[in-house]
Design a binder for this molecule. Structure first.
Ligand code: SAH
Length: 210
């Protein structure tokens, strides 16, 4: 499968029925999800691997990882409405057998995995909502792919947070997240938000980040 094909397929999945602003339910656009997964795949961290998708939503990253040959994906999500759509998307893409749903708060998940992929809440509605996600990701895996707003203060926070948890940033690419307006505070029909895709890797013990 090509990166473009994966992007198209993921963009055709069903999205949130009634997105909840307080949970920051934005689905990852197919192009952004496929960029993240392609990076992980090129480093050898998808095929045959056990992966966790934290805040899996409607399953864009979980399904993409499955289609790229992951052995097993834990889709961690606390919202039952999102999970209903996720199950439908799993059926449609015939990926039921490789995705295991963990229904609950991200802080309750504790399975050690090879790789974490996630598009967590950006923390723009509920301040610091991204922290439990990064914390959990750094706890359960040595290799983490995540999406955050491309803003100087967010970048500074991410760098500091990773450093404090003994992780370093090995890759960093900026892409545009295009989402149709869905919340009342959106002013345009299509919001274009620059975001950063990061890969974090656990530093050998005793060695600082960057
Ligand atoms: N990863 C998905 C959805 C991103 S939106 C995608 O790529 O399309 C963020 C998701 O995190 C939402 O589905 C939201 O319900 C979920 N979420 C927010 N806070 C959570 C928490 N504390 N525990 C588990 N899931 C959470």
């Amino acid at each position: 499968m090509k990166k473009k094909q994966l992007a198209i397929l993921l963009s055709r999945l069903e999205g949130f029925e009634n997105p909840k602003a307080e949970l920051e339910q934005y689905r990852t656009p197919g192009s952004v999800a496929s960029e993240l997964l392609w990076l992980a795949r090129s480093i050898g961290e998808v095929e045959g691997k056990v992966i966790a998708d934290l805040g899996a939503g409607t399953g864009v990253l979980s399904i993409g990882a499955c289609l790229l040959g992951a052995r097993k994906i834990y889709a961690v999500e606390k919202d039952g409405d999102a999970l209903r759509v996720l199950r439908k998307n799993l059926e449609r893409t015939e990926t039921l057998e490789c995705v295991e749903i963990f229904e609950g708060d991200v802080s309750e998940f504790s399975v050690k995995v090879d790789t974490v992929v996630m598009n967590p809440p950006f923390g723009s509605q509920v301040k610091h909502a991204d922290r439990p996600f990064l914390e959990k990701a750094f706890e359960v895996s040595g290799s983490v792919y995540s999406i955050h707003l491309a803003k100087p203060d967010v970048r500074r926070f991410i760098e500091k947070f990773a450093y404090e948890h003994n992780f370093r940033i090995t890759h960093h690419l900026t892409v545009t997240f295009e989402i149709p307006a869905q919340f009342h505070f959106h002013r345009r029909r299509l919001e274009r938000i620059p975001v950063d895709i990061y890969r974090f890797e656990k530093s050998p013990s005793g060695v600082g980040a960057i």
